[in-house]
Design a protein around this ligand. Structure first.
Ligand SMILES: Cc1ncc(COP(=O)(O)O)c(C=O)c1O
Length: 962
């Protein structure tokens, strides 16, 4: 037998699932003679690319990892004492391997189907409990994107819920000692909504100013100072001025929490609770507030409710606040948040428990104190009397370069400001590190060092009484039971087992693009060269990251047909906001300050109108015709009517109905004729890559959901990345950062706190593109379209399929109409829940059309998996038929009772008019691979009426066991 030395399997063969034989079978089934013919019938000829993508050729997985390690090693990991909201942390091995590196956790979607998401919902309830108890607040959400945006959300919430006598107040006081990156995000978000930011020192704050509606403090502040704000908060309250704090969760284990000082909102990041710095992200931002703001809170909230059997069950609460329901009147545009990272921080808190966290805080504080003592003995002047982890040392700017070079030579980064240097400690630092800091100062100043060891024995916590926390926290058993690794491992696994993720079966969520998150793409994420970098580390140490950004920006620009890319936005919705702000800056630069109308089709995702409002725009809706396409006449009429003030159009392509609209070029031209810009929502880019592009179609800006098209896993509801790509005339306005030079020549202020958003997950998309190459990416798009059309063909005899292109083809997703079954009492929700009994996650329910399911299979599912999924839906159709035929009861049937749990079929007498086998093994393959939902159908309304957003009280455990 001949041996072929170049027979290694290309990555594309692992990613694009259908084999040659399967492609042929599927083409035959759908009646297309070739893939090319199918694509020609699907994608309008007028927008197809004429040239292949100009991308490097595909690399093998093994070769890629070797090469990429070389790139990564160009990052120099020094010990970071920079602080400013980012601190090194030990990710406990049991969490690193079993959560961050575990597809059982990272491949799940946002927990819309709560019955098969109880694991991460419990972890998120734990997260909310940690945040509420450490901050001393009554309510917390299940994460925001970072501290900067969380602070902006606080400002926005307080502005929109002002007291009557503050109706015209528009000033928001921001303490000058708030972190600079947070200030930059606040500035971006304030101006479009009519908020005026006033900076100053707290001592200048005049809370009696009638135009003041709110204030923001940093606790501890950017100088490291800890102070008691109780008096000022009380004075603010008397004057109807609301107070927000950006607070450090770890510090709150020993400091008086803002809630006890009377704060209205507390925000921040949970990064240092066990999540790597990752050159800026991803980490969970947090948001905590008082009960009175429960209907105004931004983002997702997890709450406790009951299932049909009366058991406690978790699900997302108060969803009527959110963009997918409230649209332009939503409390925020948050869709993807930071679930995986919130889960990590919650497990970190469970693992360490209250005493463990406090010990970490005390050790961190102790090292700072000890170092301060050493430096004082060396004769340096120290800035703050009360501090937690950061010491401020006076140092002339003249001496800084000298000190910095000695520090860097000793492997350490400090933070420098005018005549000051700051040194921030964290849990990874030791007595040796503190000694090394003192040695640097001694060497740089030509003095003998001070030996810290003897002083270490004398360390005590000596904060003033008013600043010392006395209240208990994390007393719930969940934070006091799993401190050994065996117990922790089993707790993590117990929760994981309750959640259905891509490790079980395909998740065909339309518009969400649940692609393969290949292991080779994920491996570099936890390399220390990426994970342990501080976002404000000196540029010279970040060459690996800079090369990664430059290449990725170039590749994404090529793929979208645009001139420039910003990697800053941390989600698709943030990308929308960023893109609209760039458009706004462009108009303003042309003197067109009045252009503030955004046209948005009625079929758009809820984030579109919500983002438009954040960018200070007015939303004008454009109708869709009976085929789901934009109603061109209505669009033209609205563009004409608002010509003078037209800012832009937001359009999703292919449409949210899963169709490549033929008129898209005409649509773009119409907007341009009226001086507007076209914003393309790139959520559906998985149907475009390599075949067409937003730039080629005529758009001016688009965002990409890297957590859809470019393989970043959804993490159970985040992280995500939503870079924007723009045409050349918009490049000058790409967003900047106050500390790291990024963006265009005339940048809009920051969208995210970190210069490159969640930099440490960018290697995933980088790896995907590098291993697929241009041709592989194009093939992926073709397979995604083939797979969708195959499902459409298989289901069309059983379910009406809504909306197809002119030649009867779907794009990469399609909508199954379930509204007709209402006649026999079957709702689309019943079908979604029944799919759980078959081991599948439901497709997208009721978006963009109520009463429908939107199915998107992606290119990475094999024909066998597609067939299993279709078999399940066809079998469910037969179950509906039984109701239609009057053979089974309209209320007591497998659909209405779905999902069926093990305890339902095993405990007590079986009283249902159908068999247990039909309930839980409705089709043969399920017997071999049964996924058991852990709770029965959840009553969401009950939970909203009886809002509980923290760990279930211990008494409830007791009564359950009794
Ligand atoms: C069409 C569309 N636009 C925007 C978004 C928002 O993206 P993200 O969740 O990343 O904020 C989504 C999310 O699913 C979407 O489907």
């Amino acid at each position: 037998m001949k041996i072929n030395l170049s027979n290694a399997v290309p990555f594309e063969n692992r990613h694009n699932a259908p084999t040659e034989a399967e492609i042929a079978e599927m083409l035959e089934k759908i009646g297309a003679s070739s893939l090319e013919e199918l694509i020609d019938q699907t994608v309008p000829k007028s927008i197809q690319l004429e040239k292949p993508l100009d991308l490097p050729s595909a690399q093998l997985e093994t070769d890629f990892l070797v090469e990429f390690k070389k790139l990564a090693s160009k990052n120099k990991v020094l010990k970071s004492f920079i602080g400013l909201g980012y601190y090194d942390t030990f990710v406990p091995g049991v969490i690193l391997r079993n959560v961050l590196e575990n597809p059982g956790w990272y491949t799940a979607y946002t927990p819309y189907q709560a019955e098969i998401a109880q694991g991460r919902l419990e972890a998120l309830i734990n997260f909310q409990t940690v945040v509420m108890e450490l901050t001393g607040m009554e309510l917390a959400n299940a994460s925001l994107l970072d501290e900067g945006t969380a602070a902006a959300e606080a400002m926005g919430m307080l502005f929109s819920s002002k007291a009557r006598d503050k109706k015209t107040a528009s000033k928001f006081f921001v303490d000058e000692k708030v972190f600079p990156q947070t200030k930059a995000v606040l500035e971006t978000r304030a101006e479009p909504i009519g908020v005026e930011i006033v900076y100053g020192s707290i001592d200048q704050l005049d809370v009696t100013d009638p135009s003041l509606f709110g204030v923001l403090f940093q606790y501890p502040d950017s100088d490291g100072l800890v102070r008691d704000y109780s008096a000022i908060v009380a004075a603010a309250k008397e004057n109807n001025v609301k107070t927000a704090f950006a607070a450090d969760l770890l510090a709150l284990t020993i400091l008086t929490p803002p809630g006890e000082m009377g704060a209205d909102v507390v925000v921040g990041t949970a990064q240092r609770l066990g999540v790597p710095m990752g050159y800026g992200g991803p980490h969970a931002g947090y948001f905590a507030t008082k009960e009175e703001f429960k209907r105004q809170i931004p983002g997702r909230i997890i709450g406790v409710s009951l299932d049909r059997a009366g058991n406690k069950a978790y699900r997302m609460a108060l969803q009527t606040r959110e963009q997918h329901i409230k649209r332009e009147r939503a409390t925020s545009n948050i869709c993807t948040a930071q679930v995986l990272l919130a889960v990590m921080s919650s497990f970190y808190s469970v693992y360490h428990g209250p005493q463990g966290l406090k010990n970490i805080a005390l050790r961190t504080h102790g090292l700072a104190k000890l170092t301060a003592k050493g430096l004082a003995e060396l004769g340096f002047e120290l800035g703050n009397k009360e501090f937690f982890d950061t010491i401020k040392v006076t140092l002339s700017s003249h001496d800084q370069a000298h000190f910095s070079s000695i520090a860097v030579g000793a492997g350490m980064n400090f933070r420098y400001a005018e005549n000051e240097v700051f040194i921030a400690f964290d849990e990874t630092k030791s007595l040796e590190d503190a000694q090394a800091v003192v040695d640097v100062f001694a060497k740089a100043s030509g003095k003998d060092t001070v030996n810290l060891a003897p002083h270490a024995e004398e360390l005590t916590l000596e904060l003033p009484e008013s600043l010392t926390r006395t209240s208990e926290y994390l007393t719930h058993p969940v934070f006091n039971s799993f401190h050994t690794e065996h117990e922790m491992l089993r707790y993590i696994k117990r929760l994981e087992a309750k959640d259905l993720s891509l490790v079980h079966s395909m998740i065909s969520l339309g518009s969400c693009t649940m692609k393969l998150n290949a292991t080779a793409e994920m491996i570099p994420v936890t390399w220390p060269e990426f994970g342990q970098m501080h976002p404000f580390a000196p540029m010279a140490q970040t060459a690996g990251y800079q090369e990664l950004f430059a290449n990725l920006e170039r590749w994404l620009s090529e793929i979208t047909g645009f001139a420039g890319t910003s990697l800053q936005p941390n989600s698709g919705a943030q990308g929308e906001f960023a893109g609209l702000m760039v458009i706004r800056a462009y108009h303003q630069n042309n003197g067109d300050h009045h252009r503030n109308i955004v046209l948005i089709p009625t079929s758009a995702h809820g984030t579109n109108p919500a983002s438009a409002v954040m960018a200070g725009m007015k939303v004008v809706l454009v109708k869709c015709d009976e085929k789901g396409n934009i109603d061109i006449e209505d669009l033209k009429a609205k563009a004409e009517a608002h010509s003078e003030n037209l800012s832009s159009l937001m359009v999703t392509y292919p449409s949210t109905h899963g169709v490549f609209e033929e008129a898209i070029k005409e649509i773009c031209a119409t907007i341009h004729q009226h001086g507007g810009q076209v914003y393309m929502d790139g959520a559906n880019m998985n149907a475009q890559v390599g075949l067409t592009s937003p730039g080629n179609i005529g758009a001016d800006v688009c965002h990409l959901n890297l957590h859809k098209t470019f393989c970043i896993p959804h993490g159970g509801g985040g992280p995500g990345m939503g870079p924007i790509c723009v045409a050349s005339h918009l490049v000058p306005f790409l967003p900047g950062n106050p500390l790291v030079k990024t963006g265009g020549k005339n940048p809009v202020s920051s969208i995210s706190a970190a210069p490159y958003g969640s930099a440490s997950i960018l290697p995933i998309s980088y790896a995907y593109i590098a291993m697929m190459g241009g041709e592989g990416l194009k093939n992926a798009t073709k397979m995604a379209i083939l797979n969708a059309n195959y499902i459409k063909e298989r289901l069309s005899g059983y379910y009406p399929i809504l909306y197809t292109g002119t030649q009867g083809r779907a794009a990469h997703e399609m909508i199954v109409d379930c509204r007709g079954f209402k006649e026999v009492g079957v709702e689309v929700e019943d079908i979604a829940k029944r799919l759980m009994d078959y081991g599948f996650h439901a497709p997208t329910v009721s978006f963009p059309v109520a009463g429908t399911l939107m199915i998107e299979p992606t290119e990475s599912e094999t024909k066998a998996e597609l067939d299993r999924f279709c078999d399940a839906l066809i079998s469910i159709r037969a179950e509906i038929q039984e109701i239609e035929d009057g053979k089974v009861d309209k209320e007591l049937n497998v659909l209405k009772n779905a999902p069926h749990t093990a305890s339902m079929v095993l405990e007590g007498e079986w009283t249902m008019p159908y068999s247990r086998e039909k309930a839980v093994f409705p089709i043969d393959y399920v017997k071999e691979n049964k996924f058991w939902p852990s709770v029965r159908r959840i009553d969401s309304a009950y939970g909203d009426r009886n809002l509980v957003c923290s760990c279930i009280p211990v008494e409830d455990y007791a009564s359950e066991e009794a």
